[in-house]
Design a protein. Sequence first.
Lengths: 403, 225
Amino acid sequence: MIKKTISWIDQRFPLTAFVKHELTGYPTPRNLSYWWNFGFLAGFVLVLQIVTGIFLAMHYKADSHLAFDSIQHIMRDVNYGWLLRYLHSTGASAFFVVIYVHMARTLYYGSYRKPRELLWWTGQLLLLLLMAISFMGYLLPWGQMSYWGAEVITNLFRATPFIGDQVVVWLRGDFSVGDETLTRFFALHFLFPFIIAGAVVIHLVALHTVRSSNPSGINLADKDNIPFHPYFTIKDMFGLGVYLIIFFIFVFFYPNTFIEAANNIPANPMQTPPHIEPEWYFLPFYAILRSVPDLVGGVVAMGLSVMIFAAMPYMDRSRIPGGARYRPWYRLLFYVFIADIFLLGYVGAQAVTPQSIILGRVASLVYFGVFLVLPFMSKVEERMLIKRGLPPAVKELLEGEKA
Amino acid sequence: MNKNHTMTVRFLLGLTLGLLPLFAAAEGAKLDETPIPTDQASIQRGAEEVITVCSGCHGLKYIKYRNLLTLGLTKDKVDGWRGSHSMDASLPPQMPGEIAKASFGVEPPDLSLMAASREGGGHYLYAYLTGYHMEDGKLSNSVFPVTRMPDVLGLSMMKDPQQRAKAEKTAKDISAFLVWAADPHAQQRKHMGYYVLAFVFVMTILLYLWKKQIWKEVDRQPKIE
């Protein structure tokens, strides 16, 4: 009966062929480390955000007079409303953790290199969408931080040449953030998940064309590839278990870690909070913004700091396999970059003082300096490594995978 | 990971962490970290205190009389407090906002989310309530100097240690109640959390064993660098 049904479907839709191509027959390098789990985790978080988000939307009211109260209604009166909201608010932070690790893995192992440029760029697009959606979602609780965060960020669009003021009004739907802004942010916050889901499909199509990179950085021969299912489905499920343990510790025991105290005060356009601070996942970029004294310059620097990743396939000119593994200079640069991001994040959370400005400027220079040095360093390093010869283990592997 | 590699990581981590305290700005007055009680008796006493004293000026718009029953307070007691208000009414301030504003210069804020909206939560409230003292003959508060609220517990004038201890205990009870009011499902949440975590933990162990089982043949092959 089942066989008959499947064959009935297969005559009309390539079900078996699809499952074979994407799962049971999809060749995956057998040496993937657990760093390769984060793509699947990002997909899981996306689904969880969509599901909890739809249920939250059933109780939420996108009206500047009702929004704050409706959140408290969800937290107090809706059955397990607190769980829905804490899953969603913690999920937003978890999304960024997972995506940042996913990106760091790509950078460390050089997975952005040929032929995976398009895969990397669709990822860059997803990062932008994620930033947009989280920013719009943060306005919805209509607390003080929601309001003033949106006010500050929409104000940045004043930097648009010639029509800056009009663009800001167009974005807000009003001269300052208000009811119009809230309703449109809600509409877009509901729309974007589906755009993201579409972009994820494109990301996956690109992935399944070029296939996963692996820690060795060498395309492995067929003998060292294993089918995605069951090997990586079970590995991803185990990774998911570990992820859920950490995630649920936050959801059930420390859910307010990611909710700013000031956001439990209703939005008040007449009263600026003493210290406006974006969510932690924007802090490094916010620190770069603040490090440039001029608004336009700051916005350009911040935009560049996010978009510069797209240029990685061309800025990294080395052809030495294995990303940072066999490239000591690149590895050093990678760790300097990661440490610098933490430093920028710290600076972004501080009130503006002479010290924090200096520290922020130094860290911003290091941030862009890393990318500036990379094209030259990668070439010099490549020459040096070729002269010295690849490590015997790599040579052996290259020989072995030729067959 | 080779040794060289590890050293680089350690060096960088040390460098970053070492730099941080140099630039850490003073975070303002350090709050007293005395634990705020979470037992039902303290929360009940706090509820009584808030409803009979604080609600003279402050309302709790997100707490309904009905919610007080979940604290184990008797229906008679709650009925006495609500008078002609319905069970589904929010706890109102006794004094209308405009009148309070006329006498204090500012409308007394709603207390339902007070514990959640201040950095430090219950500790902040406790430090604030007990932070009143006389400074150059004038009443002052060490946590929130510009406050317009009078020293309700009278700690600024109190000398007797026994009386002070009693007032401090009341401050703790009030803080305990307000912590509950800001997040009334906290206890249920933690209770549920233990079960969820236990389940996920066992599930993860089983998934790990399953993974080992499936990968048995592959794991036997020589490792690829």
